[in-house]
Write a protein of this length. Structure first.
Length: 118
């Protein structure tokens, strides 16, 4: 059965003082998923655990984002995390640190028969 796109949510997260790209990415995913309650899986007689969740993160230094920590934010579903160059690094006035801003796009899919429209 093909994966059918069900919902996409967006979020933005920051780490103001720690220069932690993972923390900003985790906060971006939390912002995205806390904006709604996904109730559609049972409508298609699927458990929430069968949801496929694609997480795309934009961060200034993608190699510093811990993908496992980002995926662990999800309460259920199988996550795939991809980190792209993006977001924003905002230097502090004294140049000692930066504020990290990360963006997240969280897409949810269900494996449904072709004849089912999502």
């Amino acid at each position: 059965m093909p994966l059918k796109s069900m919902v996409i949510e967006f979020g933005m997260g920051t780490d103001i003082r720690g220069s932690d790209y993972t923390k900003a990415a985790v906060r971006a995913v939390e912002a995205a998923i806390h904006q709604n309650t996904i109730m559609f899986a049972p409508v298609f007689e699927k458990p929430y655990e069968e949801m496929h969740v694609k997480i795309d993160i934009g961060a200034g230094k993608p190699e510093l984002v811990d993908k496992a920590a980002v995926a662990a934010v999800l309460p259920y579903g199988a996550a795939t995390v991809t980190v792209h160059e993006g977001g924003m690094d905002i230097p502090k006035d004294d140049s000692s640190d930066v504020t990290i801003m990360a963006n997240a796009a969280v897409s949810v899919f269900l494996d449904l028969p072709d004849e089912v429209s999502a």
